[in-house]
Design a protein around this ligand. Structure first.
Ligand SMILES: Cc1cc2nc3c(=O)[nH]c(=O)nc-3n(C[C@H](O)[C@H](O)[C@H](O)COP(=O)(O)O)c2cc1C
Length: 350
């Protein structure tokens, strides 16, 4: 068992967090992690604000333990932040933007958790009032930056006073022990929790992950316009090679409009707002490219489409060899970390 600034801050049993993953971290997975003593994070990028509200209420019915929501600020997100605040979500985890809502979250006793992949950005998030920061290493699924966890964790931990939570590459107790040794107060795991019984990911892709080695990921901008890491699969390799035509972008845009349940007017307004968001803005063309990525991601996750689908995954797929229940993952990691620390102690000269 571990007591760290992360467990104290969030009031959780173990210093483990489910990384927010769009499509993947649904109510089932979130409540499984929170009920196992970690911090479940519900990703909201695919939801309308009302769906988000309903999901938060459902999560509360299924667990009495703390949980959080993940909001990507780069997309039109003010309504989702409003819902999170109205519903008094215990932890508001944001990424890709600035946390303009810190005071409002603190006013009801909530915590703000910034996710970054650069130590300088972690320092900025802490300066803006975040209670803790997640730092995401290069080896992570999806959007790590240039520095690997081995370097990013200690650099960030030396720069910020708030608790640092390490993400990227961690999948077992040795990883937890190493992250704690490097200055983190706990870990956030995406790929490990994605490969569990409770996760909605289609078996075709779960099995492909199990068969993969640590070399079998691709880091590219082709998946959603940002540098990101995905499992090497037929669909991912195709995405690397082709340039999407107008038709696929247009059709993908229409599909995402439907998923988000927006009118054509509201969908266009959202796109224009995102395009004009200053430094964080994204052209309509890039957004259409992201829509293609999102649709192909859905094809992998829900349909198991081995031809066109792709899924974000970290280098740690090379070490993950089974699909256990979430509770087993949590228990195993805590026990392994205990053993890893004991074995280190035995190596010390007295
Ligand atoms: C399928 C998938 C979807 C993801 N979606 C999001 C997201 O919506 N928001 C976010 O902040 N990070 C997202 N991520 C990144 C994770 O939050 C996290 O940074 C990453 O999984 C950590 O690395 P690991 O997989 O090595 O544990 C996603 C990752 C995966 C695998």
């Amino acid at each position: 068992m571990f007591k760290t600034r992360m467990t104290e801050l969030f009031g959780i049993k173990h210093p483990l967090m489910l990384a927010g993953m769009n499509w993947i971290t649904d109510i089932n997975l979130v409540t499984a992690v929170s009920n196992a003593g970690g911090l479940g994070i519900f990703a909201t990028a695919r939801c309308t604000p009302e769906e988000m509200r309903e999901s938060i209420r459902e999560i509360r019915k299924r667990t009495n333990n703390p949980f959080g929501v993940n909001v990507v600020l780069r997309y039109d997100s003010a309504d989702k932040i409003k819902v999170a605040i109205e519903e008094k979500v215990p932890v508001l985890n944001y990424t890709l933007g600035k946390p303009w809502f810190v005071e409002q979250v603190h006013a009801y006793g909530g915590k703000v958790l910034g996710t970054t992949a650069v130590a300088k950005h972690a320092a900025k998030a802490a300066q803006l009032g975040c209670d803790a920061v997640v730092v995401t290493g290069h080896e992570a699924a999806a959007h790590g930056d240039k520095a690997t966890s081995m370097v990013l964790i200690p650099v960030a931990a030396s720069r910020v006073k708030v608790p640092v939570i390490a993400a990227g590459g961690i999948y077992d107790g040795r990883g937890l022990a190493a992250a704690l040794a490097l200055g983190a107060e706990g870990v956030s795991m995406g790929t490990r929790f994605m490969l569990t019984k409770e996760c909605v990911l289609h078996d075709n892709f779960k099995n492909l992950c199990l068969a993969a080695s640590e070399q079998d990921t691709i880091y590219d901008t082709k998946f959603d316009g940002m540098w990101g890491r995905a499992l090497k699969s037929k669909g991912a390799l195709e995405m690397q090679k082709i340039r999407f035509g107008f038709l696929e972008r247009f059709q993908a845009g229409l599909k995402i409009r439907k998923v988000l349940n927006l009118s054509y007017g509201d969908f266009l307004a959202m796109g224009l707002k995102t395009a004009m968001a200053g430094d964080d803005g994204l052209s309509l063309w890039s957004q259409a490219s992201q829509a293609v990525g999102a649709v192909r991601h859905m094809k992998a996750i829900y349909e198991g489409d081995m031809e066109k689908g792709f899924v974000f995954a970290g280098q740690n797929i090379g070490g993950i060899q089974d699909i256990p229940a979430v509770g087993e993952v949590v228990e195993r990691i805590i026990n392994e970390a205990d053993r890893a620390i004991e074995s280190l102690n035995k190596k010390r000269l007295s």
